[in-house]
Design a protein around this ligand. Structure first.
Ligand SMILES: Nc1ncnc2c1ncn2[C@@H]1O[C@H](COP(=O)(O)OP(=O)(O)OP(=O)(O)O)[C@@H](O)[C@H]1O
Length: 201
């Protein structure tokens, strides 16, 4: 069974230790909520798991995953920067991401519908509002399926409908045997374990 295990993890950025001694285990169907004050290292931990920040110490393993596929390629990381190409349409942006992520297994139109932005498919991404951009970034989760979701403040800019769609998406992912780590300052209406990072500034 799938299980993401971090043992005694350390992270150094810009020559400064952000955290050390961080351990957790998230099983299939599990949600780990990352809490802690600004600068505690929540984003750094997600980026470390996504392979975007080097591991400074400790071990990180995805047990029961695809042994020949690097962990980073089994994760979906949705960060603060929505990383959209403004000149492309909403649908083209998602097609681009689905290809990048090796997905395409689910139709782009359905992924846009899931986040309630189907009618915006042919709009240039440049004209989207902050909440619409966030919905498009989250639609990537649907367009390409990966077992480990790493979501950094995913509720930012979302209205109540957007949040409901996001929570439904996460719940469906967990019910399907995936797992998720979510850095957030708000309480999620989903059963979750909590990992609180300290506050070295
Ligand atoms: N690219 C970087 N280079 C050097 N240091 C960085 C970099 N990014 C973040 N840091 C530092 O790492 C520490 C942890 O930052 P991080 O963004 O992981 O915290 P966070 O818990 O997600 O904070 P927030 O709640 O504000 O989003 C901070 O001290 C920050 O200055």
């Amino acid at each position: 069974m799938l299980r993401l295990v971090g043992e005694d993890l350390a992270c150094v950025r810009g020559g400064r230790e952000v955290f050390d001694g961080v351990s957790f285990a998230v099983p299939a169907g599990g949600l780990l909520q990352l809490r802690g004050p600004n600068g505690a290292g929540k984003s750094s931990l997600l980026r470390l798991i996504a392979g975007l920040v080097r591991i400074g110490g400790g071990r990180l393993d995805l047990l029961g995953g695809q042994p020949d596929v690097p962990l980073a390629e089994q994760t979906h990381y949705v960060g603060h920067l929505d990383a959209l190409k403004p000149a492309l349409t909403v649908a083209e942006n998602l097609e681009f991401w689905a290809r990048m992520l090796g997905g395409g297994d689910r139709p782009v139109a359905a992924a846009l519908e899931t986040m309630g932005i189907g009618p915006l498919a042919d709009f240039p991404a440049a004209v989207l509002s902050a909440g619409q951009r966030r919905r498009l970034a989250l639609a990537r989760l649907v367009a390409a399926s990966r077992p480990v979701w790493l979501l950094d403040e995913p509720t930012t800019a979302l209205d109540a409908d957007g949040r409901d769609r996001l929570f439904e998406l996460i719940a469906g992912h967990l019910a399907g045997g995936g797992l998720a780590l979510v850095a957030t300052h708000v309480d999620l209406p989903l059963a979750a374990a909590t990992l609180t990072l300290g506050g070295r500034r």
